[in-house]
Design a protein around this ligand. Sequence first.
Ligand code: SF4
Length: 361
Amino acid sequence: MTEATQPIQRRAIALVSGGLDSMLAVKVMQEQGIEVEGVNFFTGFCVEGHTHAIRKKDKDKDKRNNALWVAEQLGIKMHIIDISEEYKDVVLNPKHGYGANLNPCLDCKIFMVNQATLMINKAREFAGDRGFDFIVTGEVIGQRPKSQRKETMPIISQESGADDRLLRPLCARNLPPTLPEREGWVNREALFDFSGRNRKPQMALAKHFGLDDFAQPAGGCCFLTDESYSNKLADLWKARNERRYELDDIMLLKVGRHLRPEPHYKLIISREEGENRFLEGYRYMFTSITTVSCPGPLALVDGNLESEEEVSQAAAIVARYSKGRVLDEVTLEVRQADGVARQVTVKPAQPDDVPLAWNVG
Ligand code: SF4
């Protein structure tokens, strides 16, 4: 008597950004009986979570990590991996250059798929046949001008080392068959041929799956695509005379109004209560300025105030954004990072004293 052999359960690891496309890609795989686990890479430039949690203007939005939320909706295990340190080289030296802003999308995709490939290899080493068989992404040809063109798809597969173990279920039928398709692990006919920027096919597929809640369908997952943010990052490099950053630097670029009155110092001025609280946490790293005689913002001084005139200049600018902006005088506290503080009284800057050109973003 022969026992019926069970087909091998194929397993995929999916890059999950938290947006609709990767959510659909996972769902399409699950429909084909593939066991999927997700991976989400933390670069430091992610839009969600941090900013939404701080700012009042987003107070009606759910404070959720979209990747985790997607995992919960789809019932998959999610690996959230901090790659912020290794990712610096992608941002600072992108082999394939930047997109419209400082977004190194093509290098970024290659890097992330490569990280997933390393995970596959590692899982195989440690878990034997419980490793992953292939990688899944939610990429759609023609959706993004730089990283998701037909010509760049093979570049991502090859340069990441994933080769034909990289499957894009949403546009697979526009591309040559990959290993999972050729081996019959997945049915190519049940994959999709989406292309271009039109989101209607994705919306229809979401409806078909009964998914009616998802994050930002048109992307916008990363601050590097944002013009204002990219300007602030470029300004940071210029002021430092070198292209480098730490995690705190790129977090602070997400918060407050950034004004650079002099090449050697910048003010980061909170715009609301939540930002005030966030900047409070940095008072041991920066000189800070806050109003004493009236309610007002907290400002960090990134750089050095080199003279008494500059202390007064900075204080007057901060006073301009306080409740005392129409008064003749406002008293502020200037506190050094080591806690030593003193008070200064100044006339708040007038609108013309704060030229638009100082606005870094
Ligand atoms: S938008 Fe940001 S996270 Fe997305 S591919 Fe481009 S650089 Fe990477």
